[in-house]
Design a protein around this ligand. Structure first.
Ligand SMILES: Cc1cc2nc3c(=O)[nH]c(=O)nc-3n(C[C@H](O)[C@H](O)[C@H](O)COP(=O)(O)O)c2cc1C
Ligand SMILES: Nc1ncnc2c1ncn2[C@@H]1O[C@H](COP(=O)(O)OP(=O)(O)O)[C@@H](O)[C@H]1O
Length: 323
């Protein structure tokens, strides 16, 4: 398991602080933990084995852009715990979070390198992509990184970025794909399936009267795909053996009932009957089934829902383990 650690907590835990010394490090945002991040983190793990230290990914939180510019940060693809979960599969030992205060972000490239990499972590190897910048005004680049590291006998590897359709894989490309409802493309660039997690709250209690109860998700912290109906897998804490239920997910308003304003995220779980209120539900999105429509009445909507459920069942039954 990748442990999620705050830099500020290391002072109170000398043993943990000690165990982080002399590792292989990568600094980034790692939002989504996409294919490019995966290739880079794989090298971090290999360098950690070579130098006999921990594999450490470092992120800044909140996103520096949101500290430096109001509304500057893009919507997140992954929460920090989800990033740590995805990094576990890649053999990363620690996800270290630096609080992105103005003071922290105001450090020069040299101060940042000296304090964090040298003094706090005694890093032995640093692994980055070619578009890595660090320090105030993003003044430090990979050339400067190599100079600073050379002076202290720290190894540096610059990893070749991952490409898809002759373009770099990036968190912003994944965001574009999700925002336009293209989950298969997003999932391929992620190397895992995109998830929405939230708490099940009460809705209009109309679903059960239609014969299709829907768990309504609130408190979702990550990017919400464009309005539509999606095939998904639903799971929650306490799901037996991590079993997932196929689910038909509706994202958007309910125009059939003249609710045109509110964007809801609701899921009807196939082959399930139980109480989900208050649970943290995760919807792993597979593909879009159709757009949101206004139906003439509840019975026309119900007819369409039968068709949607069949589509979801077929989509989910033939799903490979990787996207
Ligand atoms: C798979 C699925 C597809 C749906 N598609 C539509 C739709 O196209 N148009 C619409 O007005 N409502 C749609 N709904 C939403 C229903 O209107 C909604 O589930 C119902 O109003 C229950 O709301 P409640 O959970 O607040 O009780 C869909 C729901 C599901 C589960
Ligand atoms: N197959 C199912 N899929 C989704 N929710 C279900 C299912 N079976 C039972 N439920 C329960 O029913 C609730 C949804 O019923 P619904 O009438 O749509 O009420 P609400 O409007 O409060 O969401 C869910 O929150 C969950 O507790």
């Amino acid at each position: 398991m990748t442990s999620l650690i705050y830099l500020s907590d290391l002072a109170g835990d000398p043993d943990l602080h000690q165990s982080l010394q002399g590792g292989a490090i990568s600094i980034g945002n790692f939002d989504g933990v996409h294919l490019g991040h995966r290739a880079l983190l794989d090298r971090v793990r290999q360098h950690a084995e070579r130098v006999g230290g921990k594999a450490i990914a470092i992120v800044m939180d909140p996103h520096p852009a949101s500290v430096l510019r109001p509304h500057g940060a893009p919507p997140k693809l992954t929460t920090l715990p989800r990033r740590a979960e995805l990094m576990s599969e890649l053999g990363i030992d620690h996800l270290l979070v630096c609080e992105a205060t103005r003071e922290f972000l105001n450090q020069t490239a040299e101060e940042f390198f000296q304090r964090l990499i040298v003094e706090q972590l005694s890093g032995k190897a640093i692994i980055e992509g070619p578009n890595f910048f660090f320090g105030r005004d993003r003044a430090g680049n990979t050339t400067r990184l190599k100079e600073l590291a050379d002076e202290r006998q720290i190894d540096v590897e610059i990893v070749v970025p991952s490409v898809r359709d002759e373009r770099l894989v990036s968190s912003s490309r994944v965001r574009e794909a999700i925002a336009s409802g293209d989950l298969p493309l997003a999932n391929q660039m992620l190397g895992s399936r995109y998830c929405l997690t939230g708490t099940v709250t009460t809705g209009e209690q109309r679903g059960r009267t239609l014969g299709f109860p829907t768990a309504n998700l609130s408190g979702v912290e990550t990017l919400i795909p464009e309005n539509g109906v999606y095939a998904a897998l639903a799971s929650w804490e306490g799901t037996v053996d991590g079993t997932c239920h196929p689910a038909a997910v509706h994202i958007g308003p309910n125009p059939t009932f003249d609710e045109r304003q509110e964007t809801k995220i609701e899921a009807h779980l196939l082959d399930y009957d139980g109480d989900l209120y208050g649970k943290m539900l995760t919807l792993t999105l597979v593909s879009q089934v159709r757009g949101v429509q206004k139906f003439a009445d509840a019975s026309a909507l119900k007819q369409q829902l039968q068709i949607d459920l069949q589509t979801v069942r077929e989509t989910v039954s033939s799903l490979p383990s990787q996207p």
